[in-house]
Design a protein around this ligand. Structure first.
Ligand code: ZN
Length: 143
């Protein structure tokens, strides 16, 4: 059952994992990671996060799950349109970037070793962070 597809998926994951390793081992890797900011355009009663996929990629998060967090927290509908996220209504860039910081602290940084090199796992009604640096698995609030 070890098809070509699963091999590709595995090497993709591995490549991902290596991409986020720092050049030199650091005691507190979380401090070296620079959290990107959302670029936001408000137009025609819609809010566009122009670099949404880019940020999702940097945090190694699945864009649809990443978007779900913001939609739930803000309470508006929205969709992914190519590289951007389009939200209904006008949401201030400040609100979005504050939420991004909260997401980063709660759903990216490992609470055990502070590494941002983690995977967010979702199983039925449970979510947890798996750390690629120290191996810890930490439960997080479900969204
Ligand atoms: Zn860790």
């Amino acid at each position: 059952m070890w098809g070509e597809k699963s091999y590709l998926d595995y090497s993709w994951l591995l490549e991902r994992a290596y991409k986020y390793l720092p050049e030199k081992p650091q005691r507190n890797k979380g401090e070296r990671f620079i959290l990107p900011q959302f670029e936001v355009i408000i137009s025609g009663k819609k809010t566009f996060i122009v670099n949404f996929k880019q940020v999702a990629d940097k945090l190694n998060r699945e864009p649809r799950l990443f978007l779900r967090y913001f939609l739930k927290e803000i309470g508006v509908p929205g969709v992914i349109e190519e590289q951007a996220a389009a939200l209904q209504g006008e949401v201030s860039p400040r609100t979005l970037n504050r939420l991004l910081e909260r997401f980063f602290k709660e759903y990216v940084i490992c609470p055990v070793c502070n590494s941002p090199d983690t995977i967010l796992m979702k199983e039925k009604k449970i979510m947890y962070l798996k750390c690629m640096a120290c191996g810890a698995t930490s439960p997080v609030r479900y969204f």
